[in-house]
Design a binder for this molecule. Sequence first.
Ligand SMILES: Nc1ncnc2c1ncn2[C@@H]1O[C@H](COP(=O)(O)OP(=O)(O)OP(=O)(O)O)[C@@H](O)[C@H]1O
Ligand SMILES: O=P(O)(O)OC[C@H]1O[C@H](OP(=O)(O)OP(=O)(O)O)[C@H](O)[C@@H]1O
Length: 216
Amino acid sequence: MNESRITVAMPKGRIFDDACRLLRNAGFSLPDTFESTRKLILDLDDEPFRFILAKPVDVPTYVEYGAVDIGIAGKDVLLESGRDVYEMVDLGISKCHMAVAGLPQHRSSNPYLKIATKYPHIASDYYRKRGEQVDLIALNGSIELAPIVGLADAIVDIVSTGQTLRENGLVEFDRLMDISSRLIVNPVSYRLKKKAIDQIVEKMIRATEGNKVGMD
Ligand SMILES: Nc1ncnc2c1ncn2[C@@H]1O[C@H](COP(=O)(O)OP(=O)(O)OP(=O)(O)O)[C@@H](O)[C@H]1O
Ligand SMILES: O=P(O)(O)OC[C@H]1O[C@H](OP(=O)(O)OP(=O)(O)O)[C@H](O)[C@@H]1O
């Protein structure tokens, strides 16, 4: 790891714009082209920061292995990955929740409920704590399809506005946890670059608080 530079893994996709806004509010001068470029590694002109643009689900991996010092990841992705990273700040962006959902009044004829999900670890933890044995079916997207086409009895997935559930005739059965994006840090980086990382954490906490005030 470069001693003087701080490297940050940014999630591409829906968190990206919120994360850029927060970083700018925290005082980082990200160029205007940040949101439109196809480059995957971006250096700031006047500050010792390098940003890499990664798939959201991969951010904890880059951080755990020390390929970067810091990352921004959804709590869902963090819990599912089980990666060994420090979770330093709840950034309060990309808020949603994890839920169990399915067709209303669905009765299963399966010996064990079939649960489709992008989050097999979170789902299995949930059902284990309830003492229920289930068959997990791992999917990568459009999870809401599974109960409709008879692939699963229910799903464990992200709900934000509820539009996807509503428009596909599904209802929420249980709410597992609230989700938002977190600032995560590699433990070795934190030891070696504590002062610089603490400064970033402070700035991000302040920006996040400003964000919350602005949202009320
Ligand atoms: N509908 C939603 N509304 C708000 N936040 C969401 C929603 N869905 C997911 N999120 C949050 O945003 C994060 C990133 O989601 P995004 O859809 O960009 O990535 P992804 O699921 O890996 O998609 P893709 O596979 O298309 O790259 C999730 O980990 C979660 O924390
Ligand atoms: O409650 P809503 O506001 O409708 O948002 C929830 C949807 O958003 C996510 O899907 P995403 O858009 O990431 O697509 P995916 O099906 O490819 O995972 C999630 O998996 C839900 O399907």
